[in-house]
Ligand binder design. Structure first.
Ligand SMILES: C[S@@+](CC[C@H](N)C(=O)[O-])C[C@H]1O[C@@H](n2cnc3c(N)ncnc32)[C@H](O)[C@@H]1O
Length: 300
């Protein structure tokens, strides 16, 4: 493993280690391996893993993982497709981690188009091989569809007004053009808000372009199935829409019911401590939930 300085600071590393509880000979599946911060911490604690499978849909992340980890199994795929393939190959793991969302690199690189604070193309694809971009959605969706995306994925109360302004300003090409259009929809009398008025729209577009919520809903049951008896699943989400899906899945599949396949390791979501939030502001919205696969099932 080549230990270069990390370019993305992983969140809640200690908490991830507590709930994954790595030990020698474990098999580890990291579904959002990114730049390998969590994966290297897990490998260090375990000493020797029997198997490490790293998944990411982003080609820059995959290149960085290949350089950092060398000969481990690295899958350049979205985690729903990768999980389906691993499940049909009959694979199972003692530890599964999904640290959802975008990496710092996505947000920091102007050319990826994720951030309204950086001027760039309206792209927002985590996987640059994908066809659908934010520009396509913005320039080709009708007003109703755009409004639905902003309301559903951004929980934007001003979805209709913003959708109308976007349609009137087409064609849209850049992040700063979109941010300005949204800013112009806010009546001057409201003054400056604590969060930028484009925040929710950018979140909504990113979720829609990358199909993030469907990816998660499709994958959770597969992850339950990929866990070996006694195996641990940790999911870190960064907004309430994702956390709601994880919470619901755990509620339906972990607990006292005779057919429950999981047991909850976290009753409430675990959040980052104040020191971590100061040093890594991304950690502020992180919520970690964990469950373990029940070892033996007694039916009846
Ligand atoms: C928050 S970062 C993870 C960082 C990683 N835990 C680390 O320590 O470096 C999320 C990563 O997951 C990837 N990702 C997000 N959604 C994905 C999906 N549906 N399938 C595969 N990769 C995904 C992103 O490309 C990004 O690299």
């Amino acid at each position: 493993m080549n230990d270069k300085a990390p370019i993305h600071t992983p969140v809640m590393v200690q908490e991830v280690l507590t709930y994954l509880s790595p030990s020698k000979g474990d098999k580890y599946l990291d579904l959002t391996a990114g730049y390998g911060g969590h994966a290297s911490a897990v490998a260090d604690v375990a000493g020797k893993l029997e198997q490490m499978t790293l998944v990411d849909r982003d080609s820059s992340a995959v290149a960085a993982l290949t350089e950092r980890f060398g000969a481990v199994e690295i899958l350049h795929d979205d985690f729903a497709a990768a999980s389906e393939k691993l499940a049909s190959a009959g694979r199972s793991y003692d530890m599964i981690l999904a640290d959802l969302g975008a990496s710092s690199l996505h947000l920091d690189e102007a050319g990826r188009g994720f951030s309204f604070t950086r001027s760039g193309p309206l792209d927002m694809r985590m996987d640059p091989r994908q066809e659908l971009t934010a520009a396509h959605l913005l320039n080709h969706s009708d007003e109703q569809e755009l409004g639905r995306i902003l309301r559903q994925y951004g929980e934007e109360q001003r979805a209709r007004v913003i959708a109308k302004a976007i349609i009137a300003a087409r064609p849209l090409t850049s992040t700063d053009q979109l941010a300005q259009i949204i800013e112009n929809t806010v009546p001057k009398r409201f003054g400056r808000k604590r969060i930028h008025p484009a925040t929710k729209t950018f979140q909504a577009l990113r979720i829609a372009v990358n199909d993030e919520l469907n990816q998660l809903s499709r994958s959770l049951p597969l992850w339950g199935g990929l866990l070996a008896p006694g195996g641990r699943l940790v999911v870190i989400s960064f907004h309430s829409l994702e956390d709601r899906i994880v919470k619901q899945y755990f509620k339906e599949n972990a607990g006292d019911r005779y057919d429950a396949e999981l047991t909850l390791l976290t009753k409430k979501p675990i959040t980052a401590g104040p020191d971590e939030i100061v040093s890594n502001p991304r950690a502020r919205s992180a919520k970690l939930r964990a469950a373990a696969k029940i070892k033996t099932k007694t039916k009846g």
